[in-house]
Every structure is written in C-alpha cells, then in structure tokens.
Design a protein. Structure first.
Length: 99
C-alpha cells in the first residue's frame, strides 16, 4: 500500500517498507537497511523489509524490483563499521559499473 504524502522538503518522514514480488524478479530494493527477507507463504514469491532511520521528504523515497546484475564491495568507516556497497544495473551493463 502506498499512501499520500505532501511532496515538500519540509515534510519529512521515516520509512519502513515491505516489498514483495515474483521470484523471477530477484532484486528487491528500497531506502534504508534491509531488516528481513525471505519467501512468502504464496509459492513463487519473496519479500524484503527495509527501514530508513533518517527522515526524508517523500520525493526521495524509492522502490526497485527487477532482474538486475550488480557489483559489490565493502568499506570500513573510520569508526570501524563495515558497510556493504552494491551498485545495480541491467545485466548487459554490469561491466560498465566498475571504474
């Protein structure tokens, strides 16, 4: 379900979203951190739950579902926190992602 939000920079909210799709669309993405993922009770479908702890205007909210390729890496912050990095693209363009 999607709800109405004022599309202004001074109206901000935190987002928690559950994305559900056919398994033929293996990539499920949204803003924030993935909290949970797995198969649904309905055969052939899967889900992912994301939570973005930082308030933002609705025009910065995004959901992506599809059959995409990716490159991955990890980054360690100065405080020692490990951050996973993923960049997604159509499969035929994945080679162009690594610069």
């Amino acid at each position: 379900r999607i709800t109405y939000h004022l599309d202004r920079p001074d109206v901000m909210a935190k987002y928690r979203v559950r994305v559900e799709a056919k398994k033929s669309w293996p990539v499920l993405l949204s803003n924030g951190n993935m909290l949970d993922s797995g198969d649904t009770k309905e055969e052939g479908r899967h889900y992912a739950v994301f939570e973005d702890p930082f308030p933002k205007p609705s025009y910065l909210f995004a959901v992506v579902v599809g059959d995409l390729g990716k490159i991955s890496d990890e980054f360690k912050t100065m405080s020692g926190r490990e951050v996973k990095l993923n960049v997604f693209s159509e499969h035929e363009n994945v080679d162009a992602l690594d610069h």
